[in-house]
Design a protein around this ligand. Structure first.
Ligand code: SIN
Length: 354
């Protein structure tokens, strides 16, 4: 009798454990689903409904991209009365440029702004933006980035499941040499160049007789310290903010290419945001983009003046005739692009010169 009573008691206890166990599983699943909907900061009192956006990028804070990201964060916070907070992580402190696109697609980070070249791995047509001498001046950039072509390019991102928000600017790229200036196409022969991952950029250096090697941005400084490269192309603001000029002091102002960024958000994160928040983010992005276009130009000009003050830096302004010779040498890149992808996008961009 006593045995039966003990058995019943045990079954009761197991029953209670089972119910508690099921309850815990249901609670954990529910909590996870809620978190996946949007990232909330539920640790701080009174901020249970705050939406947090992690925005990761690889350059220094005091660069056109770093400053535009901060500007965007301020505008979003203002426009949503603090309901949305954008946390900006600079200098590749969260992800390097080789990792950030995958991190965005996995949803580990909500926003990134990789350079155009890095998008070409996903959307080869974006190589058009890496063609040398495509843009003549900052007016071209403004019209292309904020017009119909810009929308078309951002639309291609959406086909890949990424919300394209805007195109941001850094500036025109300049050519840098470690031991001598790069003025004529022949000057590139036999030299080793660090490049961003992009087929067009790779071919550009091969046409010039150089040996291009793709290296992520966060590895450049160390590679330069180890004398691994004879040259590279970059913008004045990246050259200045990262101190690349200390290793590659021969800078040719060639304005031969353009470094811009695709500002993007994880699509399913975007889709789950309330409509009014999407609206405020769109407004903040439009304002931050206009600000970035003005600011990037001014910053590159200002920092060029700073570089002129450095005794160790040798600046050379490419003449019209020299520029023409570069253009001739690199013309096959256009033919090859048109053969591979057709001329539609190329012609739409060129229309802006007229
Ligand atoms: C960037 O500006 O985001 C990086 C550019 C580079 O890789 O040189």
């Amino acid at each position: 009798m006593k045995m039966v009573w003990i058995m019943r008691k045990r079954w009761k206890l197991w029953g209670i454990f089972l119910i508690i166990g099921i309850g815990l599983v249901v609670w954990a699943v529910n909590r996870q689903t809620t978190r996946e909907r949007v990232v909330y900061d539920d640790e701080q009192k009174g901020l249970q409904n705050q939406i947090i956006i992690y925005f990761s990028h690889v350059v220094a804070e005091n660069t056109p991209k770093g400053l535009a990201a901060q500007k965007f964060a301020e505008l979003v916070e203002q426009k949503t009365n603090g309901r949305v907070k954008v946390e900006v992580f600079a200098n590749g402190s969260l992800y390097s440029d080789g990792e950030e696109l995958d991190a965005l697609m996995r949803g580990d980070v909500q926003m990134i702004a990789p350079s155009f070249s890095k998008v070409t791995e996903l959307i080869p047509e974006w190589q058009v933006l890496d063609l040398p001498f495509l843009f003549h001046d900052d007016d071209d950039i403004r019209r292309v980035f904020t017009g119909k072509v810009g929308d078309e390019l951002l639309g291609m991102l959406e086909e890949k499941g990424i919300k394209g928000l805007a195109l941001w600017s850094n500036g025109f790229k300049q050519m840098m040499g470690t031991t001598r200036p790069l003025i004529e196409p022949d000057d590139f022969r036999g030299l080793r160049f660090r490049i961003m991952p992009s087929e067009v950029i790779d071919k550009q250096f091969r046409l010039l007789g150089g040996e291009p090697v793709a290296v992520s941005f966060d590895h450049i400084y160390r590679a330069l310290e180890r004398h691994e490269f004879d040259g590279q192309e970059n913008t004045i603001s990246n050259i200045y903010s990262k101190g690349f000029y200390k290793f590659q002091p021969y800078i040719t102002i060639s304005n031969h290419g353009y470094l811009g960024y695709a500002v993007m958000m994880n699509q399913s994160f975007w889709d789950r945001l309330p409509k009014d928040i999407q609206q405020k983010i769109t407004e903040a992005m439009a304002e931050a983009t206009q600000w970035n276009l003005r600011q990037s130009k001014a910053q590159n000009e200002r920092e060029l003046q700073q570089l002129k003050q450095q005794k160790s830096v040798h600046l050379y302004l490419l003449s019209e005739m020299e520029r023409k010779r570069w253009e001739q040498k690199l013309a096959p890149l256009y033919e090859e692009f048109a053969r591979q992808f057709g001329s539609k996008l190329l012609n739409e961009i060129k229309e802006f010169h007229e």
